[in-house]
Design a protein around this ligand. Sequence first.
Ligand code: BES
Ligand code: MN
Ligand code: MN
Length: 481
Amino acid sequence: MQYLQLATVPVDQNDDNLILLVEPTTLDQLDAVLQPTEMIFLRQSVAKGVRAFFFPQANNAVFVRVLEPASDVAPGLEEARLDATKLLCELKNYHVESAIVRTFCPEERALAFLEGLMLGSYQFVNYFSDPSKKSKQLTSLRWAEAHVPQTAVNELNSLVQAVFMTRDMVNEPHSHFDALKLADVALEAGKVFGFSVEVLGKEKIEELKMGGLLAVNQASTIPPQFCILEWRPESPRNKKPVVLIGKGVVYDTGGLSLKSPDGMENMKCDMAGAAAVIGTLSAIAQSNMPIHVIGLIPATDNKVGDRALSPGDVIRMYSGTTVEVVNTDAEGRLILADAMHYAKQFEPDLVLDLATLTGAAVRALGSQAICYMGTADAKVKRALETSGWNTYERLVELPLWKEYGDELKSSIADLKNMGNGPAGMITAGKFLEHFADYPWLHLDIAGSAYLRAANGYRPKEGTGVGVRLLFDFLKKWGAEE
Ligand code: BES
Ligand code: MN
Ligand code: MN
């Protein structure tokens, strides 16, 4: 798949549609680009509060966007991304598929605007019989800039590519994307971007006695897969790795605790955590980030059948812990727990898991935020929250008080796999906490990984959430303050 990439060209290049990004204070700089009559109109209209302009030319067109100067950094960057998304609608109206951007604003905002243009131009057209007939988006984007921040441009390109890959994986229907396919995609990404990937098949998983993963897979015709991804640069800043774990339920029917048709409809998205881990490894490897990172992905579907795990069953997890499975729809935590136990051998500095884990997380925060919780120290939590603001993949922390854990007491096993109160995202976290002996954070992305309607530069369906967040977070991991 070919994805949109940002190229750079000299400032005097203008053989294409032009997008001019200014702030009210830098309007004068357009004198050299626009006609005097256009400038008069522009000045008068900006004074009245107009912020979007279109000037047709013979073959090309000029689009001008005027950004308000921002007082707060993060919201200012988001405003630039969202403004770019609005412009994309306009470009579509005029069938504009390629453009040169010139920016007359601080570099950070220019990059955010470009990021918004790129992220918003995503389309998933794999299953139309004639994809070329589907509405076209930008296919060529060039930035005409005198002082190109090359590292930032390269980073933007790798990130956009990784986010698009992640969205693609989530959007692939289960009919075309099972656990074997997920492992193939991980292997392929490893080859392309230069990180190593090992895939454990069913026999190995049985030999290791990963009881959680095997139990969820019991009714499936497709074997479970356990993927180990590793990016180990030559001289990493961290001595011990950061481990990222992604929930890879390629389809969640709920199992015998079957979901309603409405609840099941979008359950191809239940591997969004796994997709984000593959995407993040791809982006950090491509930008040669000096951080040692390991990705772990337990992958399976959650199906029904005469061999299916049954509510009331007791299973023995990879760690040895026994679990009474009171609800087979609480399957994500069973496979994640095995991966969390596997992570112990690396003696990691930090383990982060990403999972579309609970409906309770969706009900609590909707699609605008990630519910997170964990045992890592306050400094790490603040750093992650800051990355959340930088990327607008924002997080809200929830408590892991021991009282919530009381809901998981079982009368016949060490743990139950579900609590009985309404704080389902917290009891899920309490369940996972049981399998962590290292600093750990759990990110419940059920709300923000998959949208029923497009929102800004986040398209309908897979959003790719997690990739930009973790990239920003890891970039600063272990760096001097
Ligand atoms: N995959 C679902 C959670 C989910 C819900 C993801 C909505 C995305 C959107 C998860 O496996 C699940 O079924 N959770 C149950 C747990 C319950 C049975 C304890 C839930 O949240 O209802
Ligand atoms: Mn489920
Ligand atoms: Mn699930």
